[in-house]
Design a binder for this molecule. Structure first.
Ligand code: PMP
Length: 284
């Protein structure tokens, strides 16, 4: 049986009942995280927990305990027989009658569930197609908000145009993908948008930059335009579930020579090594 956590209880996932006053339900008034589990072990758990706390703080969801979050994540992992998975956790502002302003005295509501997730080997090997479009989201994209309507619309635009991801731009400057961070490689240097309010500072993005630093791959956290990206040698995007996915075609035009580039392959191999090393890391 699949066990999830909702509002203080561990429950049978298929029979879980959501409270009608949960503000996640009315307003998407909350924040979330997705944490990867490889071979029964959490990957970058501290980073995801820190970001969840920071997102909550940013939208003034108060009274959240970091230790409680960590305990729930471990408990959900342990109560389900899934070794390669993705653990989803969301925190809403609380339960109250529908009214936009913050309710008095309500406590945050935590929901967590786990699903099986396979590594995306095929697309990491072969690359994917992407399309570009304008980024019309709000100006707090650094918050991992439950409000994903714009991202949902952007992702669907990719699907309807035979692509896997939509790469967004603001005034021509590439921000990120609908659910990923975007990198380009030019003359051996890695470029990605700075971690400001216009993007989510992806944990995988941060891991890639750490790997670049440690392995002397030059990088610049600097905006680049859609035409820059079209002329790049390599483009890839990153996320917890998509890892490092090469983009070999953008808006119907091939990137570089259309094959997966050397810097992308190098980073994939370094990232893979990190995942493999997890097996020897003890977790409480
Ligand atoms: N940007 C957006 C908009 C996302 O939704 C995600 C995935 N949650 C990312 C970037 C990648 O972040 P991470 O590497 O932490 O999964």
């Amino acid at each position: 049986m699949r066990i999830s956590y909702y509002n203080g209880e561990y429950v049978n996932h298929d029979e879980m009942r959501i409270k009608s006053g949960d503000r996640a339900f009315y307003f998407g008034d909350g924040v979330y995280e997705v944490v990867r589990i490889y071979d029964g072990r959490f990957f970058t758990l501290d980073e995801h927990t820190d970001r969840l706390m920071a997102s909550a703080e940013e939208v003034m969801i108060r009274g959240l305990e970091r230790d409680e979050i960590v305990e729930i994540l471990h408990e959900v992992r342990e109560r389900n027989a899934i070794t390669d998975g993705a653990l989803y956790i969301q925190v809403s502002r609380g339960i109250a009658p529908r009214d936009h302003s913050f309710p008095d005295g309500s406590k945050p509501v935590i929901y967590a569930s786990i699903r099986e997730a396979k590594r995306p080997h095929g697309q990491m090997e072969e690359g994917v197609r992407a399309v570009t479009t304008e980024d019309y989201r709000w100006l707090k994209c650094h918050v991992k908000s439950l409000n994903l309507l714009a991202n949902v619309m952007e992702k669907q635009y990719a699907v309807e145009n035979g692509a896997k991801e939509t790469i967004m731009h603001r005034d021509g400057v590439v921000t990120e993908g609908s659910s990923t961070n975007v990198f380009m490689v030019r003359n051996g240097t890695l470029f990605t948008h700075p971690a400001d309010n216009l993007i989510l500072n992806g944990i995988t993005r941060q891991e890639v930059l750490k790997l670049a630093e440690a392995n002397e791959i030059p990088f610049r956290e600097e905006g680049f335009t859609v035409p820059d990206m079209s002329e790049a040698d390599e483009v890839f995007y990153t996320s917890t579930t998509q890892e490092i996915t090469p983009v070999t075609n953008i808006d119907g035009r091939q990137v570089g020579d259309g094959s997966v580039g050397g810097t992308t392959r190098k980073l994939q191999s370094l990232f893979n090594k990190k995942i493999t090393q997890l097996k020897s890391v003890k977790q409480s």
